[in-house]
Write a protein that binds this ligand. Structure first.
Ligand SMILES: Cc1cc2nc3c(=O)[nH]c(=O)nc-3n(C[C@H](O)[C@H](O)[C@H](O)COP(=O)(O)OP(=O)(O)OC[C@H]3O[C@@H](n4cnc5c(N)ncnc54)[C@H](O)[C@@H]3O)c2cc1C
Length: 419
Protein backbone atom coordinates (compact mmCIF):
# COMPACT_ATOMS: atom_id res chain seq x y z
CA UNK A 1 0.00 0.00 0.00
CA UNK A 2 1.46 3.38 -1.01
CA UNK A 3 1.41 6.48 1.25
CA UNK A 4 -1.80 8.54 0.91
CA UNK A 5 -1.66 11.53 -1.39
CA UNK A 6 -3.90 14.42 -0.30
CA UNK A 7 -6.19 16.54 -2.50
CA UNK A 8 -9.07 18.96 -1.92
CA UNK A 9 -11.42 16.72 -3.92
CA UNK A 10 -11.38 13.26 -5.48
CA UNK A 11 -13.65 12.67 -8.48
CA UNK A 12 -14.45 9.03 -9.34
CA UNK A 13 -15.18 8.61 -13.05
CA UNK A 14 -14.17 10.71 -16.08
CA UNK A 15 -17.41 10.77 -18.05
CA UNK A 16 -18.93 14.20 -18.74
CA UNK A 17 -20.15 14.57 -15.13
CA UNK A 18 -16.80 13.86 -13.50
CA UNK A 19 -14.74 15.91 -15.91
CA UNK A 20 -17.01 18.95 -15.79
CA UNK A 21 -16.85 18.91 -11.96
CA UNK A 22 -13.07 18.31 -11.94
CA UNK A 23 -12.45 21.00 -14.55
CA UNK A 24 -14.57 23.61 -12.78
CA UNK A 25 -12.94 22.81 -9.41
CA UNK A 26 -9.41 22.88 -10.88
CA UNK A 27 -10.14 26.25 -12.51
CA UNK A 28 -11.00 27.56 -9.02
CA UNK A 29 -7.63 26.46 -7.74
CA UNK A 30 -8.71 23.25 -5.97
CA UNK A 31 -6.24 20.34 -5.90
CA UNK A 32 -8.32 17.70 -7.70
CA UNK A 33 -7.68 14.02 -8.35
CA UNK A 34 -9.74 12.27 -11.01
CA UNK A 35 -9.83 8.46 -11.13
CA UNK A 36 -10.92 6.68 -14.33
CA UNK A 37 -10.93 2.92 -14.79
CA UNK A 38 -10.74 2.88 -18.62
CA UNK A 39 -7.93 4.05 -20.86
CA UNK A 40 -9.04 6.83 -23.25
CA UNK A 41 -10.04 7.24 -25.97
CA UNK A 42 -12.81 4.70 -25.50
CA UNK A 43 -16.18 4.34 -27.18
CA UNK A 44 -19.32 4.20 -25.07
CA UNK A 45 -22.97 3.21 -25.34
CA UNK A 46 -24.52 6.63 -25.98
CA UNK A 47 -26.34 8.42 -28.80
CA UNK A 48 -23.77 11.26 -28.52
CA UNK A 49 -26.17 14.15 -29.13
CA UNK A 50 -25.56 17.26 -27.00
CA UNK A 51 -28.17 20.00 -26.69
CA UNK A 52 -27.27 23.60 -27.49
CA UNK A 53 -28.16 24.51 -23.89
CA UNK A 54 -24.69 23.21 -22.92
CA UNK A 55 -22.78 25.64 -25.10
CA UNK A 56 -22.73 28.38 -22.47
CA UNK A 57 -21.22 25.89 -20.03
CA UNK A 58 -18.68 24.50 -22.50
CA UNK A 59 -17.64 28.10 -23.24
CA UNK A 60 -17.34 28.84 -19.51
CA UNK A 61 -15.17 25.74 -19.17
CA UNK A 62 -13.13 27.08 -22.13
CA UNK A 63 -13.69 24.07 -24.36
CA UNK A 64 -16.62 25.41 -26.44
CA UNK A 65 -14.49 26.20 -29.51
CA UNK A 66 -12.79 22.79 -29.46
CA UNK A 67 -16.22 21.15 -29.20
CA UNK A 68 -17.61 23.24 -32.09
CA UNK A 69 -14.60 22.35 -34.25
CA UNK A 70 -15.00 18.60 -33.62
CA UNK A 71 -18.79 17.98 -33.49
CA UNK A 72 -21.11 17.07 -36.39
CA UNK A 73 -23.52 19.51 -38.06
CA UNK A 74 -26.33 21.32 -36.21
CA UNK A 75 -29.40 19.16 -35.67
CA UNK A 76 -32.26 21.33 -36.87
CA UNK A 77 -34.95 18.67 -37.22
CA UNK A 78 -36.34 16.07 -34.86
CA UNK A 79 -38.14 13.03 -36.25
CA UNK A 80 -39.98 9.80 -35.53
CA UNK A 81 -39.14 6.55 -37.36
CA UNK A 82 -41.68 3.95 -36.27
CA UNK A 83 -42.84 0.99 -38.37
CA UNK A 84 -43.41 2.41 -41.86
CA UNK A 85 -43.83 5.96 -40.52
CA UNK A 86 -41.12 8.59 -40.96
CA UNK A 87 -42.16 12.06 -39.78
CA UNK A 88 -40.13 15.13 -38.94
CA UNK A 89 -40.58 18.56 -37.36
CA UNK A 90 -38.33 21.52 -36.49
CA UNK A 91 -36.02 21.12 -33.49
CA UNK A 92 -36.66 24.00 -31.07
CA UNK A 93 -33.74 26.46 -31.10
CA UNK A 94 -32.04 27.84 -27.99
CA UNK A 95 -33.15 31.29 -26.91
CA UNK A 96 -30.38 32.96 -24.95
CA UNK A 97 -26.67 33.06 -24.14
CA UNK A 98 -23.99 31.47 -26.35
CA UNK A 99 -26.48 28.67 -27.04
CA UNK A 100 -28.50 31.23 -28.99
CA UNK A 101 -25.42 32.00 -31.09
CA UNK A 102 -25.16 28.31 -31.96
CA UNK A 103 -28.89 27.69 -31.78
CA UNK A 104 -28.94 23.92 -32.14
CA UNK A 105 -27.32 20.86 -30.61
CA UNK A 106 -24.88 18.56 -32.37
CA UNK A 107 -23.36 15.11 -31.85
CA UNK A 108 -19.78 14.21 -31.04
CA UNK A 109 -18.42 10.69 -30.48
CA UNK A 110 -17.84 9.90 -26.81
CA UNK A 111 -14.33 8.72 -27.68
CA UNK A 112 -13.59 12.32 -28.70
CA UNK A 113 -15.81 14.25 -26.25
CA UNK A 114 -14.67 12.48 -23.10
CA UNK A 115 -10.99 12.76 -24.10
CA UNK A 116 -11.43 16.47 -24.83
CA UNK A 117 -12.97 17.06 -21.41
CA UNK A 118 -10.40 14.99 -19.54
CA UNK A 119 -7.48 16.66 -21.33
CA UNK A 120 -8.94 20.05 -20.39
CA UNK A 121 -9.25 19.00 -16.73
CA UNK A 122 -5.64 17.76 -16.78
CA UNK A 123 -4.44 21.04 -18.37
CA UNK A 124 -6.33 22.97 -15.68
CA UNK A 125 -4.27 21.12 -13.05
CA UNK A 126 -6.33 18.04 -12.14
CA UNK A 127 -4.19 14.99 -11.38
CA UNK A 128 -5.46 12.07 -13.45
CA UNK A 129 -5.22 8.45 -12.23
CA UNK A 130 -5.98 6.31 -15.29
CA UNK A 131 -6.60 3.49 -15.91
CA UNK A 132 -7.40 3.01 -12.22
CA UNK A 133 -10.55 1.75 -10.55
CA UNK A 134 -11.82 3.19 -7.26
CA UNK A 135 -12.56 0.16 -5.09
CA UNK A 136 -13.39 1.62 -1.67
CA UNK A 137 -14.27 4.90 0.04
CA UNK A 138 -13.56 5.10 3.78
CA UNK A 139 -13.76 7.77 6.47
CA UNK A 140 -10.45 9.04 7.90
CA UNK A 141 -11.20 11.66 10.64
CA UNK A 142 -12.62 14.70 8.78
CA UNK A 143 -11.15 13.50 5.49
CA UNK A 144 -12.07 10.48 3.42
CA UNK A 145 -9.87 8.03 1.60
CA UNK A 146 -10.40 6.42 -1.77
CA UNK A 147 -8.56 3.20 -2.54
CA UNK A 148 -7.64 2.85 -6.19
CA UNK A 149 -6.17 -0.06 -8.16
CA UNK A 150 -4.55 -0.01 -11.60
CA UNK A 151 -6.58 -1.75 -14.32
CA UNK A 152 -5.73 -2.85 -17.86
CA UNK A 153 -2.23 -4.02 -18.78
CA UNK A 154 -0.71 -2.74 -15.53
CA UNK A 155 -3.50 -4.14 -13.40
CA UNK A 156 -2.40 -5.01 -9.87
CA UNK A 157 -3.84 -5.81 -6.46
CA UNK A 158 -1.66 -3.12 -4.90
CA UNK A 159 -3.83 -0.20 -3.82
CA UNK A 160 -2.95 3.49 -3.83
CA UNK A 161 -4.70 5.64 -1.24
CA UNK A 162 -6.00 9.09 -2.14
CA UNK A 163 -7.24 11.37 0.64
CA UNK A 164 -9.56 14.41 0.45
CA UNK A 165 -12.44 16.03 2.35
CA UNK A 166 -14.67 16.13 -0.76
CA UNK A 167 -15.53 12.96 -2.68
CA UNK A 168 -17.51 13.21 -5.93
CA UNK A 169 -19.05 10.01 -7.33
CA UNK A 170 -19.28 10.33 -11.12
CA UNK A 171 -18.95 6.67 -12.05
CA UNK A 172 -22.25 6.33 -13.90
CA UNK A 173 -25.08 4.03 -12.87
CA UNK A 174 -24.88 0.96 -15.07
CA UNK A 175 -22.23 -1.08 -13.26
CA UNK A 176 -22.68 -2.56 -9.78
CA UNK A 177 -19.62 -2.44 -7.50
CA UNK A 178 -18.35 -2.09 -3.94
CA UNK A 179 -18.57 1.73 -3.59
CA UNK A 180 -21.35 3.09 -1.32
CA UNK A 181 -22.60 5.20 -4.26
CA UNK A 182 -22.90 2.25 -6.68
CA UNK A 183 -26.32 0.70 -7.25
CA UNK A 184 -27.17 -2.91 -6.46
CA UNK A 185 -27.18 -5.41 -9.34
CA UNK A 186 -30.50 -5.72 -11.17
CA UNK A 187 -31.82 -8.50 -13.37
CA UNK A 188 -35.50 -8.25 -14.24
CA UNK A 189 -37.28 -9.18 -17.50
CA UNK A 190 -38.31 -5.53 -17.90
CA UNK A 191 -34.72 -4.21 -17.58
CA UNK A 192 -33.65 -2.06 -20.51
CA UNK A 193 -30.28 -2.95 -22.02
CA UNK A 194 -28.40 -0.32 -24.04
CA UNK A 195 -26.78 -0.88 -27.47
CA UNK A 196 -24.88 1.40 -29.77
CA UNK A 197 -22.96 1.31 -33.06
CA UNK A 198 -21.34 3.70 -35.52
CA UNK A 199 -21.98 3.39 -39.25
CA UNK A 200 -20.37 5.27 -42.12
CA UNK A 201 -22.07 5.94 -45.46
CA UNK A 202 -25.54 6.34 -43.96
CA UNK A 203 -28.14 8.31 -45.95
CA UNK A 204 -29.63 9.86 -42.78
CA UNK A 205 -29.91 13.63 -43.40
CA UNK A 206 -27.12 15.29 -41.39
CA UNK A 207 -29.47 17.74 -39.63
CA UNK A 208 -32.12 15.19 -38.58
CA UNK A 209 -32.31 13.24 -35.32
CA UNK A 210 -35.16 10.71 -35.43
CA UNK A 211 -36.53 8.92 -32.39
CA UNK A 212 -36.92 5.21 -33.20
CA UNK A 213 -39.63 2.99 -31.82
CA UNK A 214 -39.80 -0.77 -32.32
CA UNK A 215 -41.39 -3.66 -30.40
CA UNK A 216 -39.77 -3.89 -26.95
CA UNK A 217 -37.62 -0.80 -27.22
CA UNK A 218 -36.75 2.66 -28.48
CA UNK A 219 -33.67 4.40 -29.84
CA UNK A 220 -32.24 7.23 -31.87
CA UNK A 221 -29.98 8.04 -34.81
CA UNK A 222 -27.83 11.07 -35.45
CA UNK A 223 -24.86 12.04 -37.60
CA UNK A 224 -21.85 12.83 -35.43
CA UNK A 225 -18.23 13.72 -36.30
CA UNK A 226 -16.19 12.38 -39.27
CA UNK A 227 -19.31 11.19 -41.10
CA UNK A 228 -20.03 8.64 -38.36
CA UNK A 229 -23.71 7.93 -37.84
CA UNK A 230 -24.46 6.97 -34.25
CA UNK A 231 -27.36 4.57 -33.70
CA UNK A 232 -28.24 3.71 -30.11
CA UNK A 233 -31.17 2.02 -28.47
CA UNK A 234 -32.61 0.37 -25.40
CA UNK A 235 -34.40 -2.96 -25.54
CA UNK A 236 -36.17 -5.02 -22.88
CA UNK A 237 -34.17 -7.98 -21.58
CA UNK A 238 -37.07 -10.43 -22.13
CA UNK A 239 -37.62 -9.22 -25.70
CA UNK A 240 -33.91 -9.61 -26.46
CA UNK A 241 -33.89 -13.17 -25.12
CA UNK A 242 -36.89 -14.06 -27.33
CA UNK A 243 -35.33 -12.44 -30.40
CA UNK A 244 -32.00 -14.24 -29.94
CA UNK A 245 -33.78 -17.56 -29.52
CA UNK A 246 -35.95 -17.23 -32.62
CA UNK A 247 -33.10 -15.89 -34.79
CA UNK A 248 -30.80 -18.70 -33.61
CA UNK A 249 -33.46 -21.27 -34.57
CA UNK A 250 -33.96 -19.59 -37.96
CA UNK A 251 -30.21 -19.44 -38.68
CA UNK A 252 -29.35 -22.74 -36.99
CA UNK A 253 -26.54 -21.34 -34.81
CA UNK A 254 -25.50 -18.90 -32.09
CA UNK A 255 -26.71 -15.31 -32.48
CA UNK A 256 -25.09 -12.48 -30.52
CA UNK A 257 -27.22 -9.93 -28.70
CA UNK A 258 -26.01 -7.19 -31.06
CA UNK A 259 -26.90 -9.22 -34.16
CA UNK A 260 -30.39 -9.82 -32.79
CA UNK A 261 -30.85 -6.10 -32.00
CA UNK A 262 -29.65 -4.92 -35.43
CA UNK A 263 -31.82 -7.50 -37.21
CA UNK A 264 -34.89 -6.53 -35.14
CA UNK A 265 -34.57 -2.78 -35.70
CA UNK A 266 -33.94 -3.19 -39.43
CA UNK A 267 -36.88 -5.58 -39.77
CA UNK A 268 -39.37 -3.43 -37.89
CA UNK A 269 -38.41 0.17 -38.73
CA UNK A 270 -38.41 1.31 -42.36
CA UNK A 271 -36.59 4.59 -41.66
CA UNK A 272 -33.62 2.73 -40.15
CA UNK A 273 -33.58 0.22 -43.00
CA UNK A 274 -33.43 2.99 -45.58
CA UNK A 275 -30.82 5.04 -43.69
CA UNK A 276 -28.51 2.02 -43.38
CA UNK A 277 -29.04 0.60 -46.88
CA UNK A 278 -25.57 1.63 -48.18
CA UNK A 279 -23.94 2.02 -44.75
CA UNK A 280 -21.05 0.08 -43.20
CA UNK A 281 -20.58 -0.80 -39.56
CA UNK A 282 -17.64 1.20 -38.15
CA UNK A 283 -16.27 -0.75 -35.17
CA UNK A 284 -18.22 -3.32 -33.14
CA UNK A 285 -21.63 -2.90 -31.55
CA UNK A 286 -21.34 -2.03 -27.85
CA UNK A 287 -23.70 -3.10 -25.08
CA UNK A 288 -24.29 -1.77 -21.55
CA UNK A 289 -26.80 -1.71 -18.78
CA UNK A 290 -29.33 -2.30 -17.56
CA UNK A 291 -29.96 1.44 -17.50
CA UNK A 292 -31.32 2.83 -14.20
CA UNK A 293 -33.66 5.76 -14.90
CA UNK A 294 -34.93 7.68 -11.86
CA UNK A 295 -34.23 10.40 -9.30
CA UNK A 296 -31.63 9.59 -6.62
CA UNK A 297 -29.82 11.40 -3.81
CA UNK A 298 -27.34 14.11 -4.79
CA UNK A 299 -25.46 13.80 -1.51
CA UNK A 300 -25.43 10.75 0.71
CA UNK A 301 -22.95 9.22 3.20
CA UNK A 302 -20.79 12.34 2.70
CA UNK A 303 -20.36 11.61 -1.01
CA UNK A 304 -21.53 14.09 -3.64
CA UNK A 305 -23.09 12.48 -6.71
CA UNK A 306 -23.15 13.90 -10.22
CA UNK A 307 -24.35 12.66 -13.61
CA UNK A 308 -26.14 9.33 -13.78
CA UNK A 309 -25.27 8.58 -10.15
CA UNK A 310 -27.52 11.46 -9.02
CA UNK A 311 -30.35 10.68 -11.41
CA UNK A 312 -30.97 9.47 -14.91
CA UNK A 313 -33.53 10.15 -17.58
CA UNK A 314 -34.60 7.52 -20.10
CA UNK A 315 -32.27 8.10 -23.06
CA UNK A 316 -35.38 8.48 -25.23
CA UNK A 317 -34.89 12.25 -24.74
CA UNK A 318 -31.09 12.24 -25.30
CA UNK A 319 -30.39 14.51 -22.33
CA UNK A 320 -28.04 12.38 -20.19
CA UNK A 321 -24.84 14.14 -21.30
CA UNK A 322 -26.47 17.52 -20.64
CA UNK A 323 -27.50 16.42 -17.15
CA UNK A 324 -24.03 15.03 -16.51
CA UNK A 325 -22.16 18.15 -17.64
CA UNK A 326 -24.58 20.51 -15.92
CA UNK A 327 -24.78 18.60 -12.64
CA UNK A 328 -20.97 18.72 -12.30
CA UNK A 329 -21.16 22.47 -12.77
CA UNK A 330 -24.12 22.88 -10.38
CA UNK A 331 -22.26 21.01 -7.65
CA UNK A 332 -19.18 23.20 -7.98
CA UNK A 333 -21.34 26.35 -7.66
CA UNK A 334 -22.69 25.02 -4.36
CA UNK A 335 -19.41 23.74 -2.93
CA UNK A 336 -18.18 27.30 -2.44
CA UNK A 337 -14.66 28.29 -1.53
CA UNK A 338 -14.14 25.61 1.10
CA UNK A 339 -15.98 22.48 2.16
CA UNK A 340 -13.52 21.11 4.68
CA UNK A 341 -16.02 20.46 7.48
CA UNK A 342 -18.80 17.88 7.39
CA UNK A 343 -21.42 20.52 8.31
CA UNK A 344 -20.41 22.70 5.34
CA UNK A 345 -20.55 19.71 3.05
CA UNK A 346 -24.02 18.74 4.29
CA UNK A 347 -25.28 22.28 3.68
CA UNK A 348 -23.71 22.31 0.21
CA UNK A 349 -25.26 18.89 -0.45
CA UNK A 350 -28.75 20.19 0.43
CA UNK A 351 -28.36 23.25 -1.83
CA UNK A 352 -27.00 21.11 -4.66
CA UNK A 353 -29.88 18.61 -4.42
CA UNK A 354 -32.42 21.44 -4.57
CA UNK A 355 -30.67 23.00 -7.58
CA UNK A 356 -30.45 19.57 -9.29
CA UNK A 357 -34.15 18.89 -8.84
CA UNK A 358 -35.11 22.38 -10.04
CA UNK A 359 -33.16 21.92 -13.26
CA UNK A 360 -33.69 18.25 -14.09
CA UNK A 361 -36.76 16.70 -12.40
CA UNK A 362 -39.18 17.75 -15.14
CA UNK A 363 -37.13 16.16 -17.90
CA UNK A 364 -36.63 12.93 -15.94
CA UNK A 365 -40.41 12.68 -15.46
CA UNK A 366 -41.16 13.68 -19.07
CA UNK A 367 -38.73 11.02 -20.32
CA UNK A 368 -40.37 8.42 -18.07
CA UNK A 369 -43.80 9.26 -19.52
CA UNK A 370 -42.61 9.18 -23.15
CA UNK A 371 -40.72 5.91 -22.59
CA UNK A 372 -43.77 4.29 -20.96
CA UNK A 373 -45.88 5.18 -23.98
CA UNK A 374 -43.23 3.95 -26.45
CA UNK A 375 -42.76 0.65 -24.59
CA UNK A 376 -46.41 0.02 -23.67
CA UNK A 377 -48.87 -2.07 -25.73
CA UNK A 378 -50.06 -0.03 -28.71
CA UNK A 379 -47.83 2.85 -27.63
CA UNK A 380 -45.82 3.10 -30.84
CA UNK A 381 -49.04 3.16 -32.91
CA UNK A 382 -50.41 5.89 -30.65
CA UNK A 383 -47.23 7.95 -31.09
CA UNK A 384 -47.39 7.49 -34.86
CA UNK A 385 -51.03 8.63 -34.93
CA UNK A 386 -50.37 11.71 -32.78
CA UNK A 387 -47.24 12.74 -34.68
CA UNK A 388 -48.81 12.14 -38.13
CA UNK A 389 -51.67 14.48 -37.23
CA UNK A 390 -49.65 16.90 -35.16
CA UNK A 391 -45.93 16.81 -36.11
CA UNK A 392 -45.31 19.80 -33.80
CA UNK A 393 -45.70 17.29 -30.94
CA UNK A 394 -42.09 16.32 -31.72
CA UNK A 395 -40.94 19.94 -31.32
CA UNK A 396 -42.95 20.25 -28.10
CA UNK A 397 -41.51 16.99 -26.76
CA UNK A 398 -37.96 18.20 -27.46
CA UNK A 399 -38.68 21.45 -25.61
CA UNK A 400 -40.29 19.60 -22.67
CA UNK A 401 -37.22 17.37 -22.44
CA UNK A 402 -35.08 20.38 -21.54
CA UNK A 403 -33.31 20.88 -24.86
CA UNK A 404 -33.69 24.66 -24.67
CA UNK A 405 -33.61 25.09 -20.89
CA UNK A 406 -30.81 27.52 -19.93
CA UNK A 407 -28.40 26.69 -17.14
CA UNK A 408 -29.14 29.02 -14.22
CA UNK A 409 -26.61 31.79 -13.91
CA UNK A 410 -24.83 31.01 -17.18
CA UNK A 411 -27.16 32.05 -19.96
CA UNK A 412 -27.77 35.47 -18.45
CA UNK A 413 -24.11 35.99 -17.53
CA UNK A 414 -24.88 36.73 -13.86
CA UNK A 415 -22.30 34.30 -12.53
CA UNK A 416 -18.91 35.94 -12.68
CA UNK A 417 -16.11 33.93 -14.24
CA UNK A 418 -14.39 31.74 -11.68
CA UNK A 419 -17.09 32.23 -9.04
C1 LIG B 1 -28.72 3.85 -25.55
C2 LIG B 1 -28.35 5.16 -24.93
C3 LIG B 1 -28.32 6.31 -25.71
C4 LIG B 1 -27.98 7.55 -25.13
N1 LIG B 1 -27.96 8.65 -25.93
C5 LIG B 1 -27.70 9.86 -25.40
C6 LIG B 1 -27.64 11.02 -26.21
O1 LIG B 1 -27.75 10.98 -27.44
N2 LIG B 1 -27.45 12.22 -25.60
C7 LIG B 1 -27.30 12.32 -24.26
O2 LIG B 1 -27.17 13.44 -23.76
N3 LIG B 1 -27.30 11.22 -23.46
C8 LIG B 1 -27.48 10.00 -23.99
N4 LIG B 1 -27.45 8.87 -23.21
C9 LIG B 1 -27.17 9.03 -21.75
C10 LIG B 1 -25.69 9.28 -21.48
O3 LIG B 1 -24.87 8.34 -22.15
C11 LIG B 1 -25.40 9.20 -19.97
O4 LIG B 1 -26.41 9.83 -19.26
C12 LIG B 1 -24.06 9.85 -19.63
O5 LIG B 1 -23.00 9.12 -20.20
C13 LIG B 1 -23.86 9.94 -18.13
O6 LIG B 1 -22.62 10.53 -17.87
P1 LIG B 1 -21.84 10.25 -16.51
O7 LIG B 1 -20.61 11.10 -16.58
O8 LIG B 1 -22.75 10.37 -15.37
O9 LIG B 1 -21.43 8.71 -16.57
P2 LIG B 1 -20.62 7.89 -17.64
O10 LIG B 1 -20.60 8.58 -18.95
O11 LIG B 1 -21.16 6.51 -17.56
O12 LIG B 1 -19.12 7.93 -17.11
C14 LIG B 1 -18.75 7.25 -15.96
C15 LIG B 1 -17.24 7.00 -16.03
O13 LIG B 1 -16.83 6.43 -14.77
C16 LIG B 1 -15.92 5.37 -15.01
N5 LIG B 1 -16.01 4.47 -13.84
C17 LIG B 1 -17.02 3.65 -13.51
N6 LIG B 1 -16.76 3.01 -12.35
C18 LIG B 1 -15.55 3.46 -11.94
C19 LIG B 1 -14.72 3.18 -10.81
N7 LIG B 1 -15.10 2.33 -9.84
N8 LIG B 1 -13.52 3.80 -10.72
C20 LIG B 1 -13.10 4.68 -11.69
N9 LIG B 1 -13.85 4.97 -12.79
C21 LIG B 1 -15.06 4.37 -12.89
C22 LIG B 1 -16.40 4.76 -16.31
O14 LIG B 1 -15.35 4.05 -16.96
C23 LIG B 1 -16.84 6.00 -17.10
O15 LIG B 1 -15.81 6.54 -17.89
C24 LIG B 1 -27.72 7.62 -23.76
C25 LIG B 1 -27.73 6.47 -22.97
C26 LIG B 1 -28.03 5.24 -23.56
C27 LIG B 1 -28.05 4.00 -22.72
Amino acid sequence: MRRPSTHDAIVIGAGPAGTSAALALARRGWAVAIVEKSAFPRRKVCGEYISASNLALLDRLEIGDAWRAAAGLEIRRVGLFSGDTSIEAPMPGARSGSAARDGFGRALGRDILDTLLLDAARSAGAEVFQPCRAVAVERDSDCQTVLIQATGEKSSDEATILRAPVIVAAHGSWEPGPLPSQLAKSSRPSDLLGFKAHFTGSSLPPDLMPLLTFPGGYGGMVLADHGRMSISCCIRRDMLTRLRGSLARERGGHVSAAEAVEHHIMATCRGVREALEQAHLDGPWLAAGPIRPGLRAGYEADIFRVGNVAGESHPIIAEGISMALQSGWLLVQELGAAASGRGEREAAGRRYEAAWRGLFSTRVLAAEAIARIALGPGGAALMEAVVCNFPQALTLGARLSGKTKPIPGLADGRVARGR
